[in-house]
Design a protein around this ligand. Structure first.
Ligand SMILES: [Zn+2]
Ligand SMILES: [Zn+2]
Length: 349
């Protein structure tokens, strides 16, 4: 059984659970850990059974709960290398890090993981329970203390009588969020254009045009079901059109209505960014794709990442319905709208 459950979609947080065979993956972790778990339970998914988290890009609405969730569950995070690096920089903004220093930090974290390979879910939960109780947002503001500024106890220091003090035994706990907010139980890299698998789910990652370090979309397949995933892109270039074929499910951005964005509350610079070739897809751009390059094969089309300020669900729906005119039926091109504030019912194949 394949299940596809959008937990949240929009500029305040994005996250989807995909289950195929014996594997369960969280695509993006843009809500607080607590909220992710709450929504998974609402959607009848058990967070404890997740096998991994995979990240499309480092914008906050895709990674907000990442570190706490990965630590709590003790599961690996899949990134592209530039996205991992950009995410680490985002969490330690006051710390200047050269590429060499970044590599060194990755090596150090890998050694820490090596030293304590069996972080159980229970230990990880206890570790993070306080920040979670205090609320994810606060925890993450706390987490922005640069690791370099955290006082490090020296291992050997002369005691008052000049006697050396015994070195502290090596800690067998992972560093706390305060000590190292970028620490993760395990990190795996993938590259756009190079397919790979996590358990029973195959991923085909592709580059999308967006103002992030190395943003990607995916086609996921499991048990012969193909699911396309493309949000946060300024336009749909040929490589993305190529990928979004022969799908059973297509989750596609329909971010804004052009007029609402032009007349809306955003400052001009932000409007320019959203409208740019590395911004977000408008309802019209999505409709243009659906009426031309799209092959009409998907059983489900989910419109996603709708702006709450610059769009209305009805506008997005009507634009897509017009584009799909004559092609929508109970078996093909059923149109759904992903929501910001509640999960969509699971789609099952
Ligand atoms: Zn986004
Ligand atoms: Zn983004």
């Amino acid at each position: 059984m394949v299940r596809f459950t959008v937990l949240a979609s929009g500029s305040k947080g994005n996250s989807t659970v995909v289950c195929g065979g014996r594997t369960r993956i969280l695509v993006d972790a843009g809500l607080s850990c607590r909220e992710l778990f709450r929504r998974m339970k609402l959607a009848d998914e058990d967070p404890e059974t997740l096998d991994a988290i995979i990240i499309t890009h480092e914008h906050q609405d895709h990674v907000n709960g990442l570190a706490v969730t990965a630590r709590k569950l003790g599961i690996p995070v899949y990134f592209t290398e530039p996205t991992h690096r950009a995410w680490m920089r985002w969490l330690t903004p006051r710390r200047q890090m050269t590429y060499a220093q970044w590599l060194e930090q990755c090596r150090k974290q890998a050694a820490e993981r090596e030293a304590e390979p069996e972080v159980t879910v229970l230990e990880a939960s206890a570790e993070e329970s306080d920040p979670e109780e205090a609320g994810q947002e606060e925890a993450e503001i706390d987490c922005q203390t640069p690791a370099a500024e955290t006082p490090q106890p020296a291992n050997v220091e002369p005691g008052p009588a000049g006697e050396p003090v015994a070195p502290e035994p090596p800690s067998n706990k992972p560093p706390s969020m305060k000590e190292d907010p970028t620490w993760l139980p395990a990190v795996e890299y993938f590259r756009a254009g190079e397919p790979f698998s996590i358990g029973d789910i195959a991923f085909s990652p592709f580059t999308i045009p967006h103002d992030a370090a190395d943003p990607v979309g995916f086609v996921l397949s499991a048990e012969g079901v193909r699911m396309g995933f493309a949000t946060d892109l300024g336009y749909i270039p040929p490589n993305v059109k190529e990928q979004l074929r022969n799908l059973d499910l297509l989750l596609l951005e329909s971010n804004h209505d052009l007029e609402m964005l032009r007349d809306g509350p955003y400052p001009w610079s932000v409007k320019q960014r959203v409208l740019s070739r590395v911004g977000h897809l408008s309802n019209d751009a999505t409709a243009e794709f659906l009426s031309s390059a799209y092959d009409g094969q998907a059983a489900y089309i989910i419109l996603a990442h709708l702006s709450e300020n610059n769009n209305l669900p009805e506008l997005a729906r009507v634009a897509a319905e017009r584009a799909l005119l004559g092609r929508a039926s109970l078996l093909a091109n059923r149109l759904l709208l992903a929501e910001q504030h509640q999960p969509l019912s699971a789609i099952r194949f």
